[in-house]
Design a protein around this ligand. Sequence first.
Ligand code: AMP
Length: 213
Amino acid sequence: MTNVIMLGPPGSGKGTQAERLSHTYGWPQISTGNILRHAIEAKTELGLKAKDAMDAGELVSDEIVDGIVAERISHDDCIKGFILDGFPRDLIQAKALDEIRKIDVVFDIRVPEEELVERLSMRRVCDCGETYHLKYNPPQKEGVCNSCGRKLYHREDDKVETIRHRLQVYHSQTEPLIHYYSGKGVLVDIDGTKHIDDVFKNIVSNLPDEAKQ
Ligand code: AMP
């Protein structure tokens, strides 16, 4: 069993890397941000509770996300491992997770702040999960997803003012997790400024040995 956490600020590429790991090793990618966005789109009770905090770039309550993750990792497809993408985001969540599962490795993907702002403000996303960058990875047809043909959009929380706030939230609430997991001996620093393929190679080479067999 290999349980992985992708840590790193918004825009560091942790979702992209989590998706690749998931395709390569078969462990499900559990993205709390995606689960919450789908709930908002489907107008469920969960979505209604989460929407205001998400639009403002604030964290959704620990109680809500802890419940989502505990339920999701109890599914059979997590028996061989899972990849958490966007969770935990503060110490309360990390401690709640410790109560239910042992974590084998935490990848801290590092990217300088100005590059994060540039990446997020130029990011366009599709509901199918594809993401684009207007300059470095534009869609073939403007505003349309290459893989499913749906209309791309700019996430409300990817607008510049909200990005700055999300980064502040990251520094104050999520960054302490670096110290927390480093103390447990499971933290691995990853340079997130390299090409996507090189970042992935670096992550794979730092997986625990049992995962690579
Ligand atoms: P993300 O897609 O990971 O950038 O998450 C988008 C937004 O979803 C965040 O800014 C939060 O509002 C909310 N969110 C996602 N994961 C969590 C979490 N673990 N704890 C609290 N809020 C979260």
